[in-house]
Structure formats: structure tokens, C-alpha cells
Design a protein around this ligand. Structure first.
Ligand code: CP
Length: 279
């Protein structure tokens, strides 16, 4: 039994096959409409989500399976003190696979230790978000047309700008790890000083892969050269100091004047609406 906890849990070849399969399903959904018939997915979400939880559930339903689970900890026995280990032991009796989002880094990995079914990490704290990475890679593949040459060149020779909260941004940590296995890319990390990309990611992933990189604080100065701009939200829930969040929250708003500084064909990934546009 295998779990998906970290973006590197799949080899590049497995990733290649998976992305091809995803493309096949997208092109011919009817051929896969009963692939998971009789199977149940449990979505165990201890932290809010719109995209990830609903995309898991929609995927399982599209493949002919069923879904069960909880969208927040306060509607499960977690609110009565049940541990992650106990929850996954129980869920293992009811479901064939589980997707877990948790505010604590490492919680899905701990669940996997006690589980009798595969566990998918749907985002753990400020650590990793491997299935967002799969979606990002599929988007890049589709946008930049490298479907036939994944193992040697996915996203090769592209300049990525990662912008926003790079300290806590689990989607960035995951995607940087995944992209480091492909040659020819270049990274620009754009963040306030306080939210710089973790040093361990630079030392253990970016430098050993010999990826040219720069760290800057201004989005405008980086825009002109980027092929891909990857936006992240300043995450209120990761701050212990509310004042620090208030000071940093408006750091990077991507508006039309900033977009005008970028290449006409620059791709923007993972944008979120401005807070005052959410209502
Ligand atoms: N990208 C992402 O994880 O979105 P949700 O929080 O809505 O799942």
C-alpha cells in the first residue's frame, strides 16, 4: 500500500504516467466513468477548503465512486478529543482511500502510519500540498504543450516567479520540490523579508539542483522576464502575531498595471480573489 504525503513520493516516470492518464480522462471522461465503481473516498478536512476538497469529491464521483467524510474538525469526534490515529483507524473501516487536510505539519504522515487504507495529503500546515502540485504540473503541461516529452522536459527552460507568502506557502514548497527534478528552469522568489522562502528549501532543494534563482521583495521589478507567475495568499491562519499579518496582508496585489509589466503570454497560476471581491 502506498500513500501520497510528499510531492516526491511519485517518481518522475510515475508522474509522467499519471499526467498522461489525467489528460486521457479529461479527453474521454465516459471511458472512465465506472473506474472506481464500488469504491469509497473519505475526505477528512480539519481546515477549510473549497478547491481541494470539492475537486477530490468531484473526481471520485466522476469515476463512479462514492464519497464520505467531514469538511471541518468541529463536525467530527475530533472536537471530542479523538486523535488523528484513532480517526484514521475508524475511517479505514468505512472507506477505500482517504484525503486529509490538517493545520499541523506532518498530520497526514502520522495518519498514514496507523491507516489500513492509502492516505493522500491534501495540505498540511505550511508544509506540503502534493495534489495541488499535481494540478499545477498538469496545468503547466497543458499550457506549455510538453505532454509528449514529460520525463525529459516538463516545464524546462521556463522562468518561474513565486510571489507572496513563501515561508508558509505549502503549494510553493511542494511545487519547488517537484520542479527541481526537471532541467532548465529558473526561479525568482518574490516576498516580504519576513515571509522569505525557507532556507532549507534553498539549501536542500534549489542549490543541489543547480537552479538559477533570485530573491527579491518587489513584484514589479521581477515581472518583465517571467514565463509563469505563481501567486500565494498571505495566510492569516499561520500568523501568531495579528499585527504582523495586518502589516503584510496587502503586500502583493496583482492588478492590471502590474500585469501590464509582464510578458503578454505569461501564465498566472494559483491566484486568489482580493478579499474585498470575495463577498
Ligand atoms: N489551493 C487550495 O488548496 O485551495 P483550497 O484551500 O480552496 O482547497
Amino acid at each position: 500500500m502506498r500513500h501520497l504525503i510528499d510531492p516526491l513520493d511519485f517518481t518522475v516516470e510515475e508522474l509522467d504516467r499519471l499526467l498522461r492518464l489525467g489528460e486521457d480522462i479529461r479527453r474521454e471522461p465516459g471511458a472512465y466513468s465506472e473506474s472506481c465503481k464500488g469504491k469509497k473516498l473519505a475526505t477528512l478536512f480539519y481546515e477549510p477548503s473549497t478547491r481541494t476538497r470539492l475537486s477530490f469529491e468531484a473526481a471520485m464521483l466522476n469515476l463512479g465512486g462514492s464519497v464520505l467524510g467531514f469538511p471541518s474538525a468541529n463536525v467530527s469526534s475530533v472536537s471530542k478529543g479523538e486523535s488523528v490515529a484513532d480517526t484514521i483507524r475508524i475511517v479505514s473501516c468505512y472507506a477505500d482511500i482517504a484525503a486529509m487536510r490538517h493545520p499541523l505539519e506532518g498530520a497526514p504522515m502520522r495518519a498514514a502510519r496507523f491507516s489500513r487504507i492509502p492516505v493522500i495529503n491534501a495540505g498540511d500546515g505550511g508544509h506540503m500540498h502534493p495534489t495541488q502540485t499535481l494540478a499545477d504540473l498538469a496545468t503547466l503541461q497543458s499550457r506549455f504543450g510538453r505532454i509528449t516529452d514529460l520525463t525529459v522536459g516538463l516545464c524546462g527552460d521556463l522562468k518561474f516567479g513565486f510571489c507572496g507568502d513563501l515561508k508558509y506557502g505549502r503549494t510553493v514548497h511542494s511545487l519547488v520540490n517537484a520542479l527541481a527534478r526537471y532541467e532548465g528552469n529558473e526561479f525568482v522568489f518574490i516576498s516580504p523579508e519576513e515571509l522569505r522562502v525557507p532556507g532549507h528549501l534553498i539549501e536542500n532543494v534549489v542549490k543541489p539542483a543547480h537552479i538559477p534563482y533570485a530573491e527579491v521583495t518587489g513584484l514589479e521589478e521581477a515581472m518583465a522576464d517571467l514565463d509563469i507567475l505563481y501567486m500565494t495568499r498571505i495566510q492569516k491562519e499561520r500568523f501568531t502575531d495579528a499585527g504582523e499579518y495586518e502589516r503584510l496582508k496587502g503586500s502583493y496585489v496583482l492588478d492590471m498595471p502590474k500585469m501590464a509589466l509582464g510578458k503578454a503570454d505569461m501564465a498566472v497560476l494559483h491566484p486568489l480573489p482580493r478579499v474585498n471581491e470575495i463577498a
